[in-house]
Design a binder for this molecule. Sequence first.
Ligand code: ZN
Length: 412
Amino acid sequence: MKRICLLLAILTVTLSAHAQHKPRPDAFPPLPEAVETKAVTMATSVEEMLSWDRYPTYSVYLQMMEKWATDFPQLCHIDTIGTSVKGRLILSLFIETPSTNNLYRPEFFYSSTIHGDEVTGFVMLLRLIDTLLNGYGNNPQYTNLLNRTRISINPLANPDGTYYLGDNTVQGSVRYNAHHVDLNRNYPNPFVSSKATIEPENEAMINYFDHHLFRLSANLHGGSEVMNYPWDSFTSLQNPHPCADWWIDVCKRFVDTCRTYNNSHFRDVTSSGYIAGGDWYVIHGGRQDYFNYHNNCLELTMEVSTTKTLSSNRLPEYWNFLQHSLVNYIEEIHSLPENNGIANSKVIFYPNPTVGFIHLTHPVFSPIELFGVDGHPLMQFPSGIVTLDLNNLPAGIYLLRYDGNTTKILKQ
Ligand SMILES: [Zn+2]
């Protein structure tokens, strides 16, 4: 989850006027970390996972991935995204059915458990793989979806955090990787420069994305139940995502379907079950914003269980209300907004002419330089900024340059 403590929740409620991240009017104060007594049962064989009420040992996890690749060689293969600090494998099962035509099939990506102790999504994605592969040819919805979509599923993005105490248990799992780094604060921030070293798990994931053309993805977390759509780096008032309306529709469909099966879920952060990330609280270095901005891939953060390490006997209950939404979310890739407004769209500077401030329709991934009409450099603004202060400039014509683009500005 995006880290929350009870104290912060209380402060947010009592001192909302001064709180950095004031909840929306429809937001409930976050619940304290769930106090459920965790009963974690481990599966020590692939057969023991068949009831889906256990967590796999690391070895069983690898065996499951290999078994699917062996049992369904026409439908899937394993991608090794990379290795963790301790040398554990970061894997994805890539599902691609035989093509009967040469039509373009967009690429979708699911990933879970970048926070090693948020393990509900780990089992949900394993079960999703099993369901899709076994449903192909039997279930018309899955068959149709797989024939039109290339789907990569990475159930475990931070194996060292999940198997912190050893390969045989997820009990004692931790949020961080083996360098004690929060991987969901370690991505290069498109909007704020940082000299942080990119951890091997993230380096591998970035490389994997750069070799694919994922158009829609989700990163599953636990600790809350809410659909957290971009941006995480800004509040929606500061800088709404260009596709915010589309995201809201997608989130509504996801939550509504979940509630059809169990009406009590997705209620601990907002009554709607979704929120713009920065309106919950702002973070920097998250994966979601990086892939939205840098790879032009629409990714959101799915917080799927209020308890991070759910008691294993409750995993089937979570699957029951999540499974249809998880499948339907993949379907959304076939109705993406025509232009997601980020990497491929030109920034508009407004108002122009201006008497002082210039705003950007969305941030850019490079510094912005301001020149006089004679080409003399006058000012430089950092990447990610969405408002330029030109109040101190005399009236006249200026040029703004960023990333090879030039815009003429009139200061009155
Ligand atoms: Zn998390």
